[in-house]
Ligand binder design. Sequence first.
Ligand code: MG
Length: 258
Amino acid sequence: MVTRKSKREIEKMRRAGRVVAEVLALVEGELAPGVTTAHLDELAERHIRAAGGTPSFKGYLGGGRYGRGPGAFPASTCISLDDEVVHGIPGDRTIRDGQLVSVDVGAIVDGWHGDAARTFVVGDMPEAVRELVAATRLAMMAGIAAAVAGNRVGDISAAVEDIGRQAGYGIVRQFVGHGIGTEMHQDPQIPNYRTGYRGLELQAGMCLAIEPMFTLGGPEVEVMPDHWTVVTADGSLAAHFEHTIAVTESGPEILTTV
Ligand code: MG
């Protein structure tokens, strides 16, 4: 079911979104060769909890359920390197010069979720890789610009797909954007490609996470034996950007911002 949030509820989502944006800014400032992904995750968790929130990802089992033990996501952020697309698990790996670092952050504040991701370029990278990162961000912004009341979910998908397709990038199909609110993943799904259906009509009060994932190769992905980390099947580099937005009467509003 697709829910429409009241102005008061959107104000709560703005608070969660701000915490998520603060974490991404914090991580960006700390990112450097020699830093472990676990260190970045610790900083993120500390900030979320200091702000009175809870990390959305920690203990996540999928399907809106949480738990402990095998199958539960063990960290507060997803940190995915190079050919890892999403859902990388922070650990003792050290960031190197010339690496893509995709950081996905979710926070629950007062029962409401914020969810955002960015791919950072660490050190020297070929121009083609920087272009991939810039285009993925641009596709996210184009998708957000299409999130206008009266448009359809398919208009967001088309705006994202057009940018990926024009540049010849692989457009990941297995993972998609989503509605968000009192749960991290709500209806509707927001594919990053045309499905052949125009989809649901967008209305003021809908809150959506728009999150294109592009690769320098093909669109196929695989899940690693850790049950979480999603990698490109061909080993090509990948980028991922995400914002949580609200469809409002005066246009789309990015909630995951400071
Ligand atoms: Mg998301």
